[in-house]
Design a protein around this ligand. Structure first.
Ligand SMILES: CCCCCC/C=C/C(=O)SCCNC(=O)CCNC(=O)[C@H](O)C(C)(C)COP(=O)(O)OP(=O)(O)OC[C@H]1O[C@@H](n2cnc3c(N)ncnc32)[C@H](O)[C@@H]1OP(=O)(O)O
Length: 394
């Protein structure tokens, strides 16, 4: 977004409407021209620029072009840059818009800019304090933000290495559903603190609820199924920014992400047999597909912990970055991805995913069925007791 508030717009749409009308008449917006020659102050101008960012409704490309042209005229005077080529639709339209104002003085352009923004703000009606989205308010163990076209879902229990509690699974499902529908272009998952995520919170299996242990296993199975489903069906590009060690279910679902970036010191560990459990997150299907049976078995059967570089060589991780520059390099790249055309990205992702959605749902169902049995097994109960008694590190 430039200082004028102009977003990148589809060249084809822009081309069509600019050809249709070179005259800026803006339907639905009453221009309060307070007299161009009076001249708005620099402060008014700066306030208007700030107000532009608070508009809730997209004013449309036509108006955005007008805003752009007035901004340029007000700040730089008449258009003095070479005319872009005919096929450079966006820049050509912007250039034409600016050029068309060459007889307007800078002071007058400033006033028109202020008037136009005022009109747009008043057309939106009185400012009502909008509460943050429901999901953003409700989260206890996640930090969810949307900025620069990126919705970031951050595991946020650093004191427990971001282990996932039962409530946190529900929050993650909500956050993913919300991110799938919001106006962000890509969604990113990452962790607070030094871990990406230590997987399932082992306390999830310690209290025996009313209804007994069988009901607990069945309910947990349902929750896990919905959790994994949210990844299988996620409609936009989903990117993991693995900022530290990752364990268990936070690793297995990585096979359902579109891109996985990892810091050099991250590790990937799926210690299921050690815990008397079995793979989930569709990893019994995605891991062999990604890395071949032999390597997948080392991870899923024999608890092999792999480094970020090893995970990259196996194909589970897309790229590894040095610890020192991880955040800056990755976020620069993600911000650039978020400027790509959203529909094209989502549709391309869906084409890739649609080929195996049915298969993935079937795998999820089968894995959950097996896990419900496992959670009731002596092997699993013993492993969890061991963790809390002796606290052996995985
Ligand atoms: C609806 C249910 C779906 C279930 C899906 C099936 C999912 C399966 C899995 O995800 S399997 C993997 C489960 N994860 C683990 O077994 C990890 C257990 N934790 C550890 O081994 C270690 O804590 C560690 C290696 C992650 C980190 O070690 P270290 O750096 O030495 O830190 P601490 O151990 O001191 O940890 C700090 C604090 O956090 C607590 N904690 C960390 N991870 C978990 C966890 N997964 N479950 C519960 N608690 C966890 C740890 O106990 C410490 O707590 P304390 O400060 O002592 O109160």
């Amino acid at each position: 977004m430039a200082a004028s508030g102009i977003k990148v717009i589809s060249p084809w749409r822009l081309f069509r409407f600019v050809r249709a009308s070179q005259v800026f008449r803006i339907p639905g917006v009453q221009l309060h021209t307070t007299g161009a020659l009076m001249g708005a102050s620099v402060e008014d101008f700066n306030n208007a620029k700030a107000q532009l960012g608070t508009l809730k409704k997209d004013p449309g490309n036509h108006v955005k072009l007008k805003i752009y042209a007035l901004f340029k005229q007000a700040t730089q005077g008449p258009c003095n840059t070479p005319k872009p080529g005919m096929l450079d639709f966006v820049n050509k339209a912007k250039w034409d818009a600016w050029k068309s104002l060459e007889s307007v003085s800078q002071e007058e352009a400033r006033q028109q800019y202020v008037d136009l923004i005022k009109s747009l703000v008043s057309a939106e009606g009185p400012a009502v304090a909008t509460p943050p989205p429901e999901s953003a308010q409700a989260f206890q163990s996640l930090l969810v933000t949307t900025e620069d076209g990126i919705t970031t879902i951050r595991f946020n229990r650093p004191e427990k290495k971001n282990a996932i509690t039962l409530d946190m699974y529900k929050e993650l499902i909500d956050a993913l559903h919300h991110a799938g529908k919001d106006d962000s272009v890509i969604t990113v998952m990452t962790g607070s603190g030094d871990f990406y995520c230590s997987g399932n919170d082992l306390n999830n299996f310690t209290g025996i609820p009313q209804g007994g242990i069988e009901k607990m296993a069945k309910d947990s199975g349902e929750l896990l199924k919905h959790y994994v489903k949210a990844y299988i069906d996620f409609p936009k590009p989903l990117i993991a920014v693995v900022n530290g060690p990752a364990l268990g279910v936070s690793v297995t679902v990585l096979g359902l992400f579109d891109v996985v970036y990892a810091t050099e010191s991250a590790t990937f560990h799926t210690p299921f047999s050690q815990l008397g459990q079995s793979p989930e997150g569709c990893s019994s299907y995605t891991f062999p597909k990604i890395m071949g049976n032999a390597k997948a078995s080392e991870m899923l059967l024999f608890n092999k912990k792999v480094t970020a570089t090893e995970a990259c060589n196996l194909g589970l991780v897309t790229e590894v970055f040095p610890d020192g520059s991880f955040q800056s390099e990755v976020w620069t790249r993600l911000k650039a991805y978020a400027k790509l055309p959203p529909k094209s990205l989502a549709l391309s992702k869906q084409l890739i995913r649609s080929k195996e959605k049915e298969k993935l749902h079937a795998v999820n169902d089968a894995e959950v069925e097996r896990l419900i049995e496992r959670w009731l097994s002596d092997e699993c109960m013993q492993a969890i007791m061991n963790f809390f008694q002796a606290k052996p590190k995985l």
